[in-house]
Ligand binder design. Structure first.
Ligand code: GDP
Length: 313
């Protein structure tokens, strides 16, 4: 049994939006004090390899190896293997660089040897010298599919190949009923100094984590120390389809809509200065609301936002 004090932060994260905030956070608190639960609903098997897009984005970011322009993949990447893989497989839409493929090969090899996703994530972090504790939301296989007028499409294919264009009729989280939090995660929720919900897609990044058995229930009990940053500024996303996903389930695509979605467990919410007039509407939900510049365009802004959240009493 792990000896636990409460000198750590528990983070819930998706991919690109989350990674920007986490980079700031790792620069204002000790990286060792971060335990990060990452969405694995985007995971996919392609070319016979196990690919975990969000885990890799967060890992490469904290290893200081991420391509910051793109927000995913390694810096100084080449795509030679992919050019041949595309000849062998009819998967023209997926992009994985040569270095990235090395991660997928290593992960697939370890799966074959019987390691769990959490154990593999830990090994990759050790090899890449990541000091924070990155934890997949579960060890079980969960895959997000979107029902569209064209049929059912895996989230990654919907995102990359279809550019999120088809109408969203329904979102399905295959395998989620069997998904259990990794060992100790519910204890971490109980003991963390603060629980931080990154600016991530509320439906298919954070929403997927919330569906893992026991996670939402545990967060509700700790509501006072749960903090979130809105991924929506002035009614639109900074990047990606979160607004479209919110509207597809009947939510308003705004920081108010995000607050409504999180209201059961959210005690504190940081919205953008540009949305500050919506503060009273969110406070009506019993959520303490703070306004700040949440657009993280450079490392300083990421650090300032992280420091602001850490300083809130
Ligand atoms: P994905 O899994 O790679 O799509 O990434 P996430 O789920 O972590 O994050 C996507 C969300 O991050 C989108 O809704 C964006 O609006 C949000 N986001 C990205 N950059 C920023 C930023 O600088 N500030 C804020 N507030 N949100 C951001």
């Amino acid at each position: 049994m792990e000896n636990m004090n409460n000198d750590f932060y528990l983070i819930l994260a998706g991919g690109v939006g989350a990674a920007k905030f986490i980079e700031g956070l790792a620069n204002v608190v000790r990286p060792e004090s971060l335990k990060i639960i990452v969405n694995t609903g985007d995971d996919i098997e392609l070319f016979g390899l196990n690919i975990c897009p969000d885990l890799d984005i967060i890992t490469y970011t904290l290893a200081n190896l991420v391509d910051k322009e793109k927000g995913w993949g390694f810096i100084d990447e080449s795509f030679n293997s992919l050019s041949i893989l595309k000849k062998y497989y009819d998967i023209g839409w997926f992009n994985a660089g040569d270095k990235d493929l090395a991660t997928h090969i290593y992960r697939t090899d370890l799966f074959k040897q019987g390691y769990t996703k959490a154990e593999i994530t830990k090994k990759i972090c050790e090899k890449l010298n990541v000091k924070s504790h990155i934890i997949p939301m579960c060890n079980e296989n969960v895959e997000t599919y979107i029902d569209t007028p064209k049929g059912e499409i895996h989230f990654e294919e919907y995102f990359i190949k279809e550019c999120c264009e088809p109408e969203i009729l329904n979102v399905k989280f295959k395998g989620i009923k069997n998904a259990k939090p990794v060992d100790m995660v519910l204890e971490y929720i109980k003991n963390a100094k603060k629980i931080i919900i990154c600016p991530s897609n509320p439906i298919v990044s954070i929403g997927t984590i919330l569906r893992v058995k026991g996670i939402k229930k545990s967060l509700i009990k700790e509501r006072k120390k749960v903090y979130a940053i809105s991924p929506i500024i002035k009614g639109t996303t900074v990047k990606g389809p979160a607004d479209k996903f919110m509207r597809s389930i009947g939510l308003e695509a705004s920081c108010v809509g995000v607050a409504q979605f999180y209201r059961d467990f959210l005690g504190n919410f940081i919205i953008d200065n540009k949305d500050c007039k919506l503060k009273p509407k969110i406070e009506e939900l019993g959520i303490k609301t703070f306004c700040f510049d949440t657009l993280m365009t450079n490392l300083n802004k990421k650090k300032e936002l992280a420091q602001f959240l850490i300083n809130i009493e």
